[in-house]
Design a protein. Structure first.
Length: 150
């Protein structure tokens, strides 16, 4: 059995603290005085504030952006000039193809032969007709070879 004094103590603690019957920790009170703010410096800033170094980094980034933009504009100008040159060359190629086609045209060849080379169509007296009985047995190629090599 518990002595009556201890029983009263026990009841008071039970009512005050609950089952544990131990006092709960009191939350730490924060001091109302301001704490000193630590200055953060970068190792390469030699004591300068971070803000100054960040502004320097931002300025450097902007300068690099301007340089990259100028370089890309220069490249775009070069590309556009090459595209213009390629289109001019494609035009010349098309003109040459038209000239080749016209030079291989039958009408052009005929006019060249009659005009510059003074060739004429054969008349009735100059024409030769070949019948199926005139075709050699070995073929025309063998006769041409015989005449060429003799």
């Amino acid at each position: 059995m518990i002595a009556p004094e201890r029983w009263y103590e026990y009841q008071e603690k039970y009512q005050k603290y609950g089952i544990d019957m131990k006092p709960q920790r009191e939350p730490e009170r924060r001091s109302r005085r301001k704490r000193s703010v630590r200055k953060i410096t970068l190792p390469f800033s030699n004591g300068r504030k971070v803000a100054v170094s960040m502004v320097m980094v931002a300025a450097l980034a902007m300068i690099m952006l301007i340089i990259i933009t100028a370089y890309s504009a220069s490249l775009r100008y070069d590309i556009n000039s090459m595209i213009r040159e390629n289109s001019a060359l494609m035009g010349e190629i098309e003109n040459l193809q038209v000239k080749v086609y016209s030079a291989n045209n039958v009408d052009y060849i005929e006019s060249k032969a009659t005009g510059e080379l003074k060739m004429v169509y054969p008349g009735e007296k100059n024409r030769v007709y070949i019948s199926s009985s005139d075709i050699p047995e070995n073929g025309f190629a063998d006769i041409i070879k015989e005449k060429a090599y003799n």
